[in-house]
Write a protein that binds this ligand. Structure first.
Ligand code: ADP
Ligand code: ASP
Ligand code: MG
Length: 413
């Protein structure tokens, strides 16, 4: 007898029919002799609708109240899923994040889980009850409701799987598994049978919204075997697991695009030691995450520094950059929010060369200009004009031999 955590995303509980289908899967797993913890998201587009509603009321709602509002979506789902299981004649009980002991820090709308009190869950499991938990939410030390960031139900599921030492964690969604690229943007994308934590971690943080990146951090740290599969069919999904030797042969496992960043340039900064430290000290002080940074070679004792920040933080970042410009006696601050970050990811990059060249050549052939480049051991990212985003994604998907029709030729370099 094992313990299985199953997570159902928004589309998988969108209406009564889908909820009943999810309940059937849950009960099948239970009848196979397992204890089951279920995590659910808000139905369909509920979270988006709640957010829109808030902005109809005011421009700048407090993050505490946003959490109070957004967390209601998941609360509807848990009650309905529990009822659907009751209707089949099985024992189930629904819990909010707070009721199940998920304690987070107080960073409303982007809280991080600090600890989970497992007592109540354990008691219910011992009684043979199926537990249904609201994803995406917790409470802070003062019992304020918090949320974990958009897509955060995945993180709830994996965190529960980790703390309860589950045998597996299954993420049920609206695609058959993890693909070489978002199948909605790249029709020729292929499903991956197996992929490493590190690759998904990169892909998720670089725009592949299929998994919340924090969830993969948990899965990797606690070595939770993660299966991503469709709630619409019984096809074998994708296993996300520790890296195994054979994975090294695949140079590029997936590509992704993100339109979440904006670019800021501080021009003609006097080129003396300590300037970069001053700039990024100020930006970090505002709790803004900087991703890529480039500094041009200095001309006549002055250099330009360009960096990217999350688009949602652009206004604050620009105010800060303007202050820095004055302090450092730089010439001007420029910005561009119509950029996209295009990335290729694969653990095989560690042992193969020529990957960057292949990406740059493919973009050059399509006359797509590269504005910034950054690399790590297993990824290459380029900033390009947002207008070319989806075409660029398809271009490099083909260039790396990831298209379905070329199945046999995976990333020949
Ligand atoms: P859920 O509501 O089940 O959490 P999400 O919408 O968060 O579902 O994630 C599933 C979606 O992720 C898919 O519909 C797909 O369009 C998108 N996606 C992005 N990149 C990928 C990828 N590499 N593989 C599979 N799906 C991807
Ligand atoms: N309902 C939340 C969202 O839409 C959390 C999730 O779906 O994982 O972001
Ligand atoms: Mg999701």
């Amino acid at each position: 007898m094992g313990l299985i955590v199953q997570k159902f995303g928004g589309t998988s509980v969108a209406n009564a029919e889908r909820i009943k289908a999810a309940a059937k899967r849950i009960v099948d797993t239970y009848n196979a002799g397992n204890k089951v913890i279920v995590v659910v998201s808000a139905r369909g587009q509920t979270t988006d609708e709640l957010i829109d509603l808030a902005y109809e009321i005011m421009d700048n709602p407090s993050t505490r109240e946003m959490d109070m509002l957004m967390s209601t979506g998941e609360q509807i789902s848990i009650a309905l899923v529990a009822m659907a299981i009751h209707a089949m004649g099985y024992p189930a009980v629904s819990f909010t994040g707070g009721q199940v002991g998920i304690v987070t820090d107080s960073s409303h709308t982007k809280a991080r889980i600090k600890n989970i009190n497992t007592q109540r869950m354990q008691k219910e499991l011992d009684k043979g009850t199926i537990i249904i938990v609201a994803g995406f939410q917790g409470i802070d030390a003062n019992e304020n409701i918090t949320t974990l960031g958009r897509g955060g139900s995945d993180t709830t599921a994996v965190a529960l799987a980790a703390i309860m030492k589950a045998d597996r964690c299954e993420i049920f969604t609206d695609v058959d598994g993890i693909y070489t690229a978002d199948p909605r943007k790249v029709p020729h994308a292929r499903k991956l049978d197996k992929v490493s934590y590190d690759e998904i971690l990169e892909l998720a943080s670089l725009g592949a919204q299929v998994m919340h990146s924090r969830s993969i951090e948990f899965a990797k740290k606690y070595n939770v075997p993660l299966y991503v599969r469709s709630s619409f069919n019984t096809n074998e999904g994708t296993l996300i697991c520790k890296e195994v030797g054979e994975m090294e042969n695949i140079v590029v496992s997936g590509v992704a695009i993100s339109k979440d960043d904006a670019k800021i340039t501080i021009r003609a900064i006097p080129d003396v030691p300590g300037q970069a430290a001053k700039i990024f000290h100020e930006i970090a002080g505002k709790n803004i995450n900087v991703d890529m940074i480039i500094q041009n070679a200095s001309i006549e004792g002055r250099a330009d520094v360009t960096f990217t920040v999350p688009r949602i933080d652009l206004r604050l970042a620009l105010e800060t950059a303007e202050k820095i410009r004055k302090d450092l006696n730089a010439k001007e601050v420029l910005h561009d929010s119509k950029i996209a970050k295009l990335s290729a990811v694969g653990i095989g990059m560690r042992s193969h060369c020529g990957v960057a060249e292949k990406m740059f050549s493919a973009l050059a052939k399509e006359k797509i200009n590269i504005q910034m480049i950054s690399t790590s051991e297993i990824k290459i990212s380029c900033v390009i004009d947002e207008a070319h985003a989806d075409r660029a994604l398809r271009t490099i998907h083909t260039a790396f031999g990831l298209d379905k029709v070329e199945n046999a030729e995976v990333a020949k370099i």
